[in-house]
Design a protein around this ligand. Structure first.
Ligand code: ATP
Ligand code: MG
Length: 381
């Protein structure tokens, strides 16, 4: 019997989950999105929408009453409310997993206790904790908001003593943690999945290039030695073995100068660095997520074709309607998210550039340089 799926969050991630769900009609008969923005991306591809804040208790209860199973595309949901509706709908990943992951301090403590490598960190509750932390870790360090951060907006890098007060003031009223700065060689990630029956699969390691703290480009596979890739993929499996709950997880990591792997953070959801799987892999991360939460056999995770994903971000120089974006190159797959308004650095779409027979990552990077120019956002008038 098919199920009714509820999704908290109807942005591009929700949209691509809905599109994947449409290919599994015997398992999912209907999808309901909870999102505060009318006509959000997921609602444009056929999901019914409850218009309310992600943390609105009554709306979450309503969603649970209408759904057989609930998942989410954002990690800022209310895990307590989700826990309280577990008798109405199955919640995947589990509210307990969400509770741990959505607080960076709890998350790092959990990983540390399970012998997963993380940067040195400590809890910060006062200016004197911060002074103590700086003595212990030296400079630079990152002061981080424990909750609700995204696109690096919850981080403040402290390079010297005279920045301490400014850093502390930046986060008025927020719970904080301090983390040693890792002078990494590369940022990488692993998309991993676990289904409700405990089956675990990981995708090959990919390389992530950020601009102004926002993911810009993902190179699949990462340009690292086989040893490093194996190590990262093993650590991802270790994490999946200790984390409860089913679904796809995005595991962000650093490769250090001496080729060690250190975990940055885990997202309990499909992840921007997994968008390449739409064209590159045996199973897309979106279908995999559905297979995982429905308790189906997980799909293959082999990278069939080398691919680079490029995020189309709103121009920094304007806010408003923008000219339609087209790209007609061979082996290029454009996905726009149906957002009417461009804002500086807003994620408006992405495209995947897939390797032709015999093409290497170096070849793809050259082509990519030319294609980037074609997707600049420009005001409509
Ligand atoms: P996202 O951009 O994934 O939504 P976020 O806002 O939660 O994430 P983080 O992932 O914690 O923030 O950090 C954003 C970026 O800051 C990382 O991708 C990395 O480039 C840098 N960063 C974070 N922690 C560290 C660290 N300990 N050492 C060095 N750089 C770091
Ligand atoms: Mg991050």
């Amino acid at each position: 019997m098919g199920k009714i799926l509820g999704i908290i969050g109807g942005g591009q991630l929700g949209m691509m989950i809905v599109e994947a769900a449409k290919k599994l009609p015997e398992h999912i008969t209907k999808i309901i999105i909870l999102d505060p923005t009318p006509n959000c991306p997921a609602s444009q591809v056929g999901a019914e929408q409850i218009i309310a804040d992600f943390k609105d208790e009554q709306a979450i209860i309503k969603l649970a009453e209408k759904s057989d199973i609930i998942t989410y595309e954002i990690e800022s949901g209310n895990s307590d409310v989700l826990k309280s509706v577990e008798n109405k709908a199955e919640i995947e990943p589990s509210p307990e997993t969400l509770r741990i992951i959505q607080d960076k301090l709890l998350q790092k403590s959990f990983l540390n206790e399970n012998n997963i490598p993380v940067p040195e960190f400590m809890k910060i509750e006062s200016m004197s904790d911060l002074e103590e932390g700086l003595k212990k870790f030296g400079y630079p360090v990152l002061l981080k908001a424990r909750r609700d951060a995204y696109d690096g907006r919850g981080n403040f890098k402290i390079d010297s003593h005279d920045q301490i007060q400014k850093a502390y003031n930046y986060f008025i009223g927020q719970k904080l943690m301090l983390e040693k700065f890792i002078p990494f060689k590369m940022e990488v990630s692993v998309i991993a999945a676990r289904n409700t029956k405990g089956q675990i699969k990981t995708y090959p390691l990919v390389e992530n290039i950020h601009e102004e703290n926002i993911l810009r480009e993902t190179i699949a596979p990462a340009r690292v030695s086989e040893n490093v890739a194996k190590k990262a993929e093993r650590i991802a499996s270790d994490i999946m073995n200790v984390l409860k709950g089913a679904g796809v997880f995005g595991i962000e990591m650093f490769v250090t100068q001496d080729d060690q792997i250190v975990i940055n953070e885990i997202a309990p959801r499909v992840h921007n660095s997994g968008h390449h799987t739409l064209q590159s892999s045996e199973t897309s991360q979106f279908e995999q997520h559905l297979r995982a939460i429905l308790g189906l056999e997980l799909g293959g995770t082999k990278l069939v074709r080398h691919t680079i994903m490029y995020n189309i971000l709103g121009s920094k120089s304007f806010e408003g309607k923008y000219k339609p974006i087209f790209i007609s190159e061979p082996n290029t797959y454009l996905k726009m998210y149906g957002k009417e308004i461009s804002k500086p650095l807003r994620k408006l779409g992405h495209f995947n550039l897939v390797a032709k027979e015999g093409e290497t990552i170096t070849d793809l990077l050259k082509t990519m340089e030319l294609l980037k120019e074609k997707v600049n956002t420009q005001p409509l008038s």
